[in-house]
Ligand binder design. Structure first.
Ligand code: ADP
Ligand code: MG
Length: 406
């Protein structure tokens, strides 16, 4: 695995300059800062010492993303620009250069499942070092009685910012599966409450104030009342303003290609990727999203499907490749597991047939390595290679391995 902090300084490019060291090792940061909060929201905190400072350029962000995410060039470009625009705007505002007509660059990412939408956002948020929360839109309901209330997302940002409201006000909220909020059309969307959730999100996406303590949280209310009676804790804002919180939403929008196809009325055959890339506001409305909701997501970009070559590169080149997990798991028993290119290619081919993007890699690897993981730790085998042959017939290869060491 390439070491991100070694090599000639020029080869690093400006990606790492000005970025606190801690944030350069995302996998460590993940385990350290991730938490599942009350609403089932997975939240990643910025390191507690990270102050808001922003000196990255779009190419710096794209370069960082290249280390973890294979392909998705357009998405990387668009996302990098939107993030830079947003945080440069915030920085300038904090420095007193107001821009009263600035429109927030909230982002909508669409594309099939397992192609890196979540992976992109998470990797970018880690680089920037702002508080970040991720949740599935399906968790929320209009009233907040079932599931959660969208305001909880904003409160979770405060939690991730270690209680620092000001820091939370510059965070990123990432909402996945927004296509499930569609209320009509071909999307097979859910009931009308999806529309209610969209409406509740609207005010947050623009400029809303959310009470720091939820009105439903009786204990929290009581604690606030007590501490204000005691005059403890200094002046803590009672509300969180969402003006500078960036919203990024994503969804698979399966079936939207048919709406695009109908709208285009074109006779030429087009691939799924080509059709999805041409999704317009009208298509998203026909799919069942509210025009006001879509209108607050001005930056839109599609992620493409991953073919066998892409999946091979996900395994071979991405720093977050699944193969490191397997190498580690075997290394724990003193077994060296060496991945060969022909083995990786065969894994990628099998995963492509699953049609679930890079998630197919996990399915295939789990199946291929199941018996090896069970039996090798108690055997005398200290080393094995993951070849085309092993992937094609793991049981037979395991038998041969065990025999050769007896
Ligand atoms: N383009 C990609 N490059 C590298 N890894 C990827 C890519 N797409 C998906 N993955 C891997 O697959 C996992 C699932 O992808 P995810 O980003 O959650 O998919 P989705 O597009 O459905 O949000 C990620 O955690 C990552 O390990
Ligand atoms: Mg996702």
């Amino acid at each position: 695995m390439p070491n991100p902090t070694s090599g000639h300084p020029d080869s690093l490019g400006p990606v790492t300059s000005g970025v606190p060291k801690k944030i350069r090792t995302p996998r460590v940061a993940k385990s350290k800062f991730d938490a599942v909060t009350k609403a089932g929201v997975v939240a990643t905190a910025a390191p507690a010492d990270a102050q808001f400072s922003f000196n990255l350029k779009p190419a710096d962000i794209a370069k960082h993303l290249n280390r973890f995410v294979i392909g998705q060039r357009e998405a990387k470009k668009v996302l990098s620009v939107a993030l830079c625009d947003h945080f440069q705007h915030v920085r300038m505002t904090l420095e007193g250069q107001a821009a009263p007509f600035y429109q927030k660059q909230n982002v909508l990412l669409l594309g099939p499942t397992g192609v890196g939408k979540t992976h992109l956002i998470r990797s970018a948020a880690e680089l920037i070092g702002v508080p970040f929360v991720k949740a599935d839109a399906t968790k929320f309901s209009e009233t907040g009685y079932v599931g959660g209330d969208v305001d909880d997302l904003v409160r979770d940002l405060v939690r991730r910012a270690g209680g620092d409201v000001k820091k939370a006000e510059h965070g990123i909220i990432y909402l996945d599966e927004v296509d499930k909020l569609a209320t009509r059309g071909d999307g097979g969307g859910r009931d009308v409450s999806g529309r209610g959730v969209q409406t509740n999100l609207l005010k947050l996406m623009e400029d809303g104030d959310v009470p720091v303590v939820s009105p439903n949280d009786m204990t929290g209310q009581l604690q606030t009342a007590m501490s204000s009676m005691r005059g403890a804790g200094g002046v803590q804002p009672e509300t969180i303003n969402t003006r500078h919180i960036l919203f990024i939403v994503s969804g698979a929008f399966s079936g939207i290609d048919k709406l695009v196809w109908q709208r285009l009325g074109s006779k030429n055959k087009q691939s799924l990727d080509q059709l999805i890339a041409q999704t317009s506001t009208a298509d998203l409305i026909s799919y069942g999203l509210e025009p006001e909701f879509i209108g607050r997501l001005p930056v839109r970009v599609a992620c493409h499907g991953l073919d066998t070559d892409d999946l091979f590169n996900v395994l071979r080149k991405s720093e977050s490749s699944l193969i490191h997990q397997y190498e580690r798991a075997f290394a724990a028993y003193g077994i060296k597991c060496e991945f060969k290119d022909d083995g990786l290619r065969r894994l990628a081919e099998l995963a492509a047939d699953e049609k679930t993007g890079a998630r197919g890699l996990m399915t295939i690897c789990e199946r291929v390595f199941r018996d090896l993981k069970f039996q090798l730790p108690s055997s005398r085998v200290k080393k094995f290679a993951v070849t085309d042959k092993l992937v094609a017939s793991p049981e037979l290869t395991l038998k041969q391995l065990l025999k050769s060491r007896r």
